[in-house]
Ligand binder design. Structure first.
Ligand code: ATP
Ligand code: MG
Length: 377
């Protein structure tokens, strides 16, 4: 039987904070998410006190792991400080501040890289539902086809997609201590919060919890030696995405847009966001481009066509390619076999490999030209 919240709180009462107060009485615990043996919560402390709380976090995690029925546990330590506008903003955990590699926005040092991982790229869009997750997973598989060792991190904490897109039902195995093994699927290493929390669980996360879960998935997962991790970002260009873009050591970003104006406005915001934090934009993918009727073969441009290519030109970023709107792409995704795996010799797989080749080129470019236009969202 999986433990209920009372049992969890009881176990946590045996863990004391740095001043000896039982953890539940410190007022630092978040809401506890306990679902079918999977437990997640965070401890929010002052930025200055992070070091002394790290061992408390570890003891709390151990105490919960020892409970019968617990299959996985994630305890995040989040540090907060008051923002300039009185808003609470997440603080980088101390071990992340080391090893600055390139200047980041706001004068903050760049987050440290992940040992063994050569590059991390984000797949993002301003708008929801334009096919980021679809593009991210097929791009990851296409990069694999080019001979790269690839990982995929599902950073959509609110609506994880990878368990479904890759038909992953199992849970990640522990790699000892607080670390987890990613799940291997089709030759790529996969991590998603969806492996730890049920798909149907409505997830209400506070900003720092989101960051903490994300950095844990990046840094406390044994990714091994990889050429690239593709990060499937949640939709939007708000504070959460901006912070993510800042806290994950990104080599570059791929922006997904449909061809129509509304999506392009959001794509522009996405580009502006990455530029603000000095993350190079590797280019734009036009998804749901031309529709080819499966019955009569007629082409129709449901959302228009070519808008993303023009926009890329206008903004001075590479255009990476088009992905047609094709029912096969959706069906294969829904069936847990992305089209690059399901139809490796098909036209879509070829298209994704062409996109992947351009992404690889962009990743290899050491210095990139200064942006022609700086757009403000
Ligand atoms: N090129 C395509 N052809 C047909 N269907 C597609 C295509 N791209 C995506 N879809 C479908 O559109 C839906 C949304 O795609 P997806 O989940 O990848 O978008 P998203 O941008 O990640 O969404 P969210 O913003 O919710 O994370 C899915 O059902 C997916 O299968
Ligand atoms: Mg998605």
């Amino acid at each position: 039987m999986a433990p209920v919240k009372d049992e969890i709180l009881h176990a946590l009462a045996a863990v004391s904070g740095p001043d000896g107060t039982p953890l539940p009485a410190t007022g630092k615990l978040s809401e506890i998410v306990a679902n079918d043996g999977k437990v997640f919560f965070s401890i929010s402390v002052d930025a200055a006190a992070v070091k002394e709380w790290e061992s408390v976090r570890a003891r709390a995690e151990a105490a919960i792991r020892a409970l019968p029925g617990v299959t996985s546990v994630m305890v995040a330590l989040t540090a907060e400080r008051a923002g300039s506008a009185g808003r609470r903003v997440p603080e980088r955990r101390p071990q992340m501040a080391a090893g600055a590699a390139r200047p980041h926005g706001g004068g903050a040092p760049a987050p440290a890289g992940i040992p063994g991982v050569a590059a991390i790229i984000a797949v993002a869009s301003g708008k929801g539902g334009v096919g980021k997750s679809t593009v991210a997973v097929n791009l990851a598989l296409a990069l694999r086809d080019l001979g790269l060792k690839v990982g995929i991190l599902d950073a959509d904490i609110y609506g994880p997609s990878m368990p479904k897109l890759l038909a992953i039902r199992e849970k990640p195995r522990s790699a000892g201590g607080t670390r987890l093994h990613p799940i291997m699927r089709h030759g790529i290493a996969v991590m998603s919060i969806g492996f730890l929390v049920e798909e149907e669980t409505p997830m209400i996360w506070r900003g720092p919890m989101v960051m903490s879960a994300l950095t844990q998935m990046l840094r406390e997962v044994k990714w091994g030696t990889l050429d690239v991790i593709v990060v499937d970002m949640p939709p939007g260009t708000g504070d959460a995405q901006l912070t993510m873009a800042q806290q994950v050591p990104l080599k570059g970003a791929v922006i997904v847009s449909t061809p129509q104006d509304l999506a392009l406005i959001d794509a522009r915001r996405g580009i502006a966001m990455f530029r603000r934090v000095n993350v190079p934009v590797l280019g734009i993918v036009e998804n749901m481009s031309t529709f080819i009727c499966p019955h009569c073969g007629t082409r129709s441009d449901i959302f228009g066509h070519g808008g993303a290519r023009q926009e890329a030109q206008r903004l001075g970023v590479p255009f990476l390619g088009e992905v047609p709107l094709d029912i096969a792409i959706r069906e294969k995704s829904d069936a847990g076999e992305p089209v690059v795996v399901a139809q490796p010799d098909g036209v879509h797989a070829q298209g994704f490999r062409a996109i992947a080749a351009r992404v690889r080129e962009g990743m290899a470019a050491d210095s990139r030209p200064a942006p022609k236009i700086v757009v403000e969202a």
